[in-house]
Ligand binder design. Sequence first.
Ligand SMILES: [Zn+2]
Length: 120
Amino acid sequence: MSIDYSNFAFPKQKQLKEKKQYRLKHKSSKLAKLERNRFSILTNNLEKCYFCENTNIELHEVFRGRNRKKSMIWGLVIPACRKHHKLLTNNKEFSLQLENKAKRIFIKKYNEEKFIEEFK
Ligand SMILES: [Zn+2]
């Protein structure tokens, strides 16, 4: 006589997987909402590149990695054309300049403690 295991381990594992997928989906929809509502404290014009006159732009978060979300929350976002977006991605010096500028503007608007608290 054989035992039918199909009602034991597998359904449990499936449940776990579904729960994880739900969490991921939930998280990404929250992030999508943040992305839709991006604004900038660095510029009033989100229609044109921050560095040149090009109006074919994408929005770029000043701080990346785990601070990307924080950048969106606090408006440390700039519009950048393809060329300058690429430069920000590939040129450390250039992106560092922007990071420092964003930091200065943030501190002027709020204060240094707030910056350290949010962008550690
Ligand atoms: Zn540009």
